[in-house]
Design a protein around this ligand. Structure first.
Ligand SMILES: [Zn+2]
Length: 159
């Protein structure tokens, strides 16, 4: 069995017959003799790549949910502290305070649960097409927004 050629050899052989732009500047690397782009001096390497490791949409979906969880947790903390400092006195005030407390506790729980679900679903996201992943991330954003806006609308009626 012949010895596997070194990386620079593979790169040279690949570019001898393949038209490829420099990933840094776009200059054509066809027939490149070294491992550097003649235009911008970027180091050029031959690599095996997979689009499945591009998980930007998966990360973005988690950022949306983490933002929602952070918001819900901060509001929940403020509501809880306010209840202790300035305890509700009338049954109507208690109802308002408990609605806020229960609502934001529920939202924080839902955001945290979804964050955990998306985190655990990394494999499914990595197997999906780029386009589908972007739709999923957009779906997570819209769903998170709608659930929070709906709760906000309910609160303005109750309070
Ligand atoms: Zn270049």
């Amino acid at each position: 069995m012949p010895e596997a050629p070194s990386d620079p050899d593979l790169l040279r052989r690949f570019l001898a017959e393949t038209e490829a732009p420099c990933p840094a500047c776009g200059y054509s690397l066809r027939a490149l003799a070294t491992d550097r782009c003649p235009e911008c001096s970027a180091i050029i390497r031959l690599a095996v790549e997979s689009p499945s490791v591009r998980l930007g949409a998966w990360v973005l979906a988690q950022v949306f949910l983490a933002m929602a969880l952070g918001f819900d947790t901060v509001v929940l903390a403020i509501v809880t502290i306010a209840m202790f400092i300035e305890g509700p006195s009338t049954p109507a005030e208690w109802a308002q305070a408990l609605t806020m407390f229960g609502g934001f506790a529920g939202l924080a729980g839902a955001s945290g649960f979804m964050l955990w679900r998306v985190y655990r679903a990394r494999r499914g996201w990595s197997r999906a097409e780029d386009r589908r992943r972007r739709w999923w991330a957009a779906g997570v954003f819209v769903a998170t927004f709608i659930v929070h806006a709906a709760f906000g609308a309910i609160l303005t009626r109750v309070l």
